[in-house]
Every structure is written in structure tokens, then in C-alpha cells.
Design a binder for this molecule. Structure first.
Ligand SMILES: Cc1cc2nc3c(=O)[nH]c(=O)nc-3n(C[C@H](O)[C@H](O)[C@H](O)COP(=O)(O)OP(=O)(O)OC[C@H]3O[C@@H](n4cnc5c(N)ncnc54)[C@H](O)[C@@H]3O)c2cc1C
Length: 554
């Protein structure tokens, strides 16, 4: 029997974590922590994970949402990184084909641009080779005419042709959640809104756990563990500071912003990866779910880590870049429907600029035994986890190799990438037989993969309650599934990390927020103070997604 990962039973996980000495406590529920918890649980380590916000609420819901090898790192001769991460793409895709899909990426070659025809051709070929790309997904070079057939909105002036190659598009937060859910199904005890406030040490000064606060109830307690891993992303140095071990290398945070524009204003059909006119940085424009998103920026950040925001300057920079490469669009601020901003936890290297700093992950082990892991990419999460768990397993005397390359993630049981299309077809029909229109059924199948069967079961059995709370059956089933099986604790968890609608369907958020709040308040027995706080949080995040920081604060 698979253990439910329920917001309603959050307390049982917290109780369980206090009752035993764990082999491993992971601090941080982004993709790095989730990956470590999964690998550790699969190898038989008793594992706990605490996350102070929602799972993936840090950087892991704020990326460019690509499972990619980092083509541009070839420019910095990061050959090993590109090879490792590039190869991981195929594994992530196979293990979770429902949240990962191949996306052909067009790299325009412009007169005076960073890459010429030869360097693009050689660079993409090297990428194919390093990343072990399948034959049918290898790069090809296009002339100007074919390039414009694929992307008619592209700037014609100075266009010489393009290279085209495959990357994978994902939903970063849902990928993190599917890893987290798989870890929990395999024994990890995990809770969100649970903060490590300080670390516990034995008499020899070795770290033996954490003092933890449940941010929902305000209660504090100790969790003991043989090993503690700090996978706190941009907060890694805060924990190293608590541990007294922040020396040598340290984190350097840079902010990256993305804008979302409706396809009616930016009808892009082909993903494009292009140079900006001003500073030659590379920017993505990617079609998704009726929208196009464009980004990113890369600027030094020293504000509040939990809430990086889009500023007017970020917005203008990205719109200028898009208007240069797609000049007929004449995009304006009012076309921006939503946005997000994230922080790259990069590792500081003397004398290098933000865009030049390596994206490699690094591990620090302090005198107290605290293991900190920082840097890296979403795409390379499994390898990062493998390195950490190899070390921890040896320390606690557990044998066994990493097998996560073969582990299908929660929702990914669709018959592999080859089986995905027929699975989708079959399940869309089930959804339509339950009264959904094709678009709604498709949305649920894409969002939940093989877990959609459970979502449909909820729809089938609880129609009256949906009516009572004035919700369409599909929304009701999504929400109940989120509460009972994905630890959805707040309305923002639901609209941001569970459904990505805060970014890609903000009108839907506006339409259903009241019903969602009413239902969650009823199921989770909120006090009126809690309800006000969660509503205020959702409203605030909507305002910041839609407007530059200066306008919200004015
Ligand atoms: C703009 C941008 C674009 C990117 N694009 C891509 C991309 O397209 N593809 C790709 O592969 N990578 C990309 N990346 C990189 C990728 O997003 C990150 O490498 C990855 O998400 C980092 O995950 P993490 O788990 O280490 O950190 P996070 O996701 O930030 O997770 C750390 C978690 O630790 C929690 N935490 C911190 N302190 C505590 C505490 N005391 N107690 C409990 N919990 C705590 C935080 O709340 C947070 O949720 C991008 C990054 C950025 C910023």
C-alpha cells in the first residue's frame, strides 16, 4: 500500500521524524533535496526531508523549465558538465515522460552575432556527441528560407540561417514534486513549511540533527539523524553560517526573470534561443500552453532570498530583446500577463562575471560533518544525488549502488516515452467519458501522467461536493488530489507549484481562487487568521507576477 502524501496528515510525518534517529536528514525540498531523498530511500536509508516553504518554492519552480545540457557552457569549455548533464536529459525523459517533452530549439545565425555558421554547426555537433544524442534528434543546419518557414516572426535583416537541435521542456516544480512523491512512496518522511532553525551537535562537535519549527502550527522540535545534508539552494550559506563553516568558496546569487505573453500577441510556434542585441547574452523564447515565455536575465542579487521580483529594468530588457529578434510584434508592457524571478545559487569564483561563473555543483563537508551541496542544474539532479548518497551510504554502512536511472517517477508509469501517446489517447477518452471536454481531459492527463487515474476516480465519486463548493469537477478533482496526495498546504501551492496556472493561466487563477480558498479552509480547518494570511499571500504573488516590483510597491 502506497503511503499518501497528504496535507491533512502532515502531522504524522512530523511525529514520525521525531520518534527515530534517521540515517539521513535532508534540509531543502527543491529538486536537489528531493533527488537525494529518493536515491537514499531506494538504497534503504531511513530518510527525512524538511522544506521551509513549499516543495520547489525556491529556485526549482523559477527556472527556464528546460531539461537541457547547457549548450552555451560549451563557450566556457565546460565539456565535462555538458557531457554529464546532456546525457541525463534522456534519463529524465524516460523516467518521467509526462513532465518532459522534446522541444526542437532554433538557434538563428545573425550577421555580427555571437555564432557564425561554422561555429554553430561545430558547436551543435559537439553537443550531440557529448550528450550522446539519439540519431533522430541530432542537429541540422537550415538556410535563411527554411529558417523563416519554421519561425516566420524572426528578424529578417542580417539573418543568415540557423541551427536546430533538441532540448526537453519540463515543468520544474512538477518534476520536483514527482521526485518527492516517489521518494515518499519509497519511505522518505517529508513535510513542507518545516524550517531547520539551527543544528544539533554531540559533545564531539559533530552534527546529529536539526532543531526544527513547524511553520503551520508554530511548534518546535528536534529531528536526529546520523548524517545531515544541506540542500538549501540559495540558502546553503545561511546553514553553513549556522554551522560556523562558511569559509573558502561561497554562494553568489544572480537573478533570472521570465515573462509570459499570450500567443495572440506572440504567436511563436517554434522555440528560439537567440542573442540579445545589447550585450550578446542568450535568451529563450518558448511556446507553451497557449502562451510564449521569454527569458532570462542574469544580474547580481543581494535582496531577500525568498522573494526575488521582476523589476521595470528586467521587464524592459526582455521586451527589448524580444522586439529586436521579433520586430513585427512591437511588444509592450501591457502584453505581459505574468512573470517569475528565480535565483541561481552559483559558487563564487574570484575574478569571473556572473555569466561566466561555472554552473557545476560542488559539495562542502564541514568539520562538524554537515554536507552541503550547491550549484548545478535541474537537469543534473540525479547525478548530484548519486554523489551525495554514495558518500552517506558508505558512512552509515549501507551497501548498494545507485539505481535511480531505472526508477520511473510518480506519474511516469505510462509505458515509457514510446507508450506516452497511446496512454494519453486512452486516458483522454476516459476523461471525456466522465463528462470533460477534450481540452480539459488533455490538461489533466498532461499534468498528472499515470496518476490521472486517481484524479478521475476522485471525479467519479465526489460530484456532490464539487457542486456544493461551486467548482467544475476537473478543478475539484485536481484540488482534492493535491491535498490528499501532493501535500498542497496553501492556495499558492496549488496555483503555483501544483498547476503552474499562476504563470501560464492567470485568468483561471482569478476565476477560481475564491472557490479554492473556501474548499481548502474547510478541508484543512483553517482559522480565520490563517485564511486571511493565505489569501493575502496569493493576492500578493499574483500582483508581483503581473507587475514590476516598483508598481506593486508604489
Ligand atoms: C532563472 C533560472 C533559470 C534556470 N534554468 C534552468 C533550466 O532551464 N534547466 C536546468 O536544468 N536548470 C536551470 N536552472 C538551475 C536550476 O533551477 C537550479 O539548479 C535548481 O532548481 C536548484 O535546486 P535546489 O534544490 O538546489 O535549490 P532550491 O530549489 O532553491 O531548493 C532549496 C530549498 O531549500 C529550502 N530551504 C532553505 N533553507 C531551509 C531551512 N533552513 N530549512 C528548510 N528548508 C530550507 C528552500 O525553501 C528551498 O525550497 C535555472 C535557474 C535559474 C535561477
Amino acid at each position: 500500500m502506497v503511503k499518501p502524501f497528504s496535507a491533512i496528515q502532515r502531522n504524522t510525518y512530523l511525529d514520525e521524524m521525531q520518534q527515530e534517529e534517521l540515517d539521513l536528514l535532508v534540509i531543502g525540498g527543491g529538486i536537489t533535496g528531493a533527488g537525494i531523498a529518493l536515491d537514499a530511500s531506494v538504497r534503504g536509508l531511513s530518510t527525512g526531508l524538511i522544506e521551509m516553504q513549499d516543495f520547489a518554492a525556491g529556485t526549482s519552480s523559477r527556472s527556464t523549465k528546460l531539461v537541457h545540457g547547457g549548450l552555451r557552457y560549451l563557450k566556457q569549455f565546460e565539456v565535462k558538465l555538458v557531457a554529464e548533464v546532456g546525457k541525463e536529459r534522456a534519463i529524465v525523459y524516460e523516467n518521467a515522460p509526462h513532465v518532459t517533452s522534446p522541444e526542437w530549439m532554433l538557434l538563428p545565425i545573425m550577421k555580427g552575432g555571437t555564432f557564425g555558421k561554422l561555429s554553430t554547426s561545430v558547436g551543435l555537433k559537439a553537443y550531440d556527441k557529448l550528450a550522446g544524442v539519439k540519431r533522430n534528434e541530432r542537429r541540422s543546419m537550415l538556410n535563411k528560407k527554411t529558417t523563416l518557414e519554421k519561425a516566420p516572426l524572426l528578424r529578417k535583416e542580417g539573418l543568415k540561417g540557423s541551427g536546430i537541435y533538441v532540448e526537453y521542456k519540463t515543468d520544474d516544480a512538477r518534476l520536483t514534486l514527482e521526485i518527492m512523491k516517489e521518494a515518499v512512496h519509497r519511505g522518505t518522511k517529508a513535510t513542507n513549511y518545516t524550517k531547520a532553525e539551527s543544528l544539533l551537535y554531540n559533545e564531539a562537535g559533530k552534527v546529529i540533527g536539526a532543531k526544527v519549527k513547524d511553520l503551520v502550527t508554530g511548534k518546535t522540535f528536534d529531528i536526529k539523524a546520523k548524517r545531515v545534508v544541506n540542500a538549501a539552494g540559495p540558502w546553503v550559506d545561511d546553514l553553513r553560517e549556522i554551522d560556523g563553516s562558511k569559509k573558502g568558496k561561497f554562494l553568489y546569487l544572480t537573478k533570472g526573470v521570465h515573462l509570459v505573453i499570450d500567443q495572440s500577441r506572440f504567436p511563436l510556434k517554434q522555440a528560439v534561443y537567440f542573442d540579445t542585441e545589447d550585450d550578446g547574452r542568450m535568451v529563450f523564447a518558448i511556446p507553451r500552453d497557449g502562451k510564449t515565455y521569454v527569458g532570462t536575465t542574469d544580474t547580481y542579487y543581494d535582496g531577500r532570498i525568498a522573494s526575488p521580483r521582476m523589476t521595470q529594468e528586467d521587464l524592459d530588457y526582455i521586451l527589448d530583446a524580444a522586439n529586436y529578434m521579433f520586430p513585427s510584434l512591437k511588444l509592450e508592457e501591457k502584453d505581459v500577463e505574468s512573470s517569475w524571478a528565480g535565483l541561481r545559487p552559483l559558487i563564487h569564483e574570484e575574478g569571473k562575471s556572473a555569466s561566466e561563473i561555472s554552473r557545476k555543483d560542488e559539495t562542502f563537508i564541514s568539520d562538524s560533518g554537515l554536507i552541503s551541496i550547491a550549484g548545478g542544474k535541474l537537469t543534473g539532479y540525479r547525478k548530484m544525488a548519486q554523489r551525495i548518497v554514495d558518500m552517506v551510504a558508505k558512512d552509515v554502512g549501507v551497501k548498494g549502488k545507485c539505481t535511480t536511472d531505472k526508477i520511473v517517477l510518480s506519474g511516469g508509469d505510462v509505458g515509457g516515452s514510446n507508450g506516452l501517446e497511446s496512454f494519453k489517447k486512452e486516458q483522454i477518452k476516459v476523461g471525456m467519458d466522465l463528462g470533460l471536454d477534450k481540452k480539459e481531459a488533455e490538461k489533466l492527463v498532461k499534468l498528472y501522467g499515470s496518476n490521472v487515474k486517481r484524479v478521475f476516480e476522485i471525479m467519479e465519486t465526489s460530484g456532490e461536493e464539487a457542486k456544493h463548493f461551486h467548482m467544475p469537477k476537473s478543478l475539484y478533482a485536481s484540488l482534492v488530489y493535491g491535498l490528499e496526495e501532493e501535500m498542497t498546504t496553501t492556495p499558492l501551492d496549488f496555483f503555483n507549484r501544483r498547476t503552474a496556472s499562476l504563470f501560464f493561466d492567470i485568468h483561471w487563477v482569478k476565476e477560481w481562487k475564491v472557490q479554492v480558498v473556501n474548499y481548502m479552509a474547510y478541508r484543512l480547518h483553517w482559522t480565520s487568521e490563517q485564511r486571511d494570511r493565505y489569501v493575502e499571500e496569493l493576492e500578493r504573488e499574483m500582483a508581483y507576477a503581473m507587475n514590476p516590483e516598483e508598481k506593486v510597491n508604489a
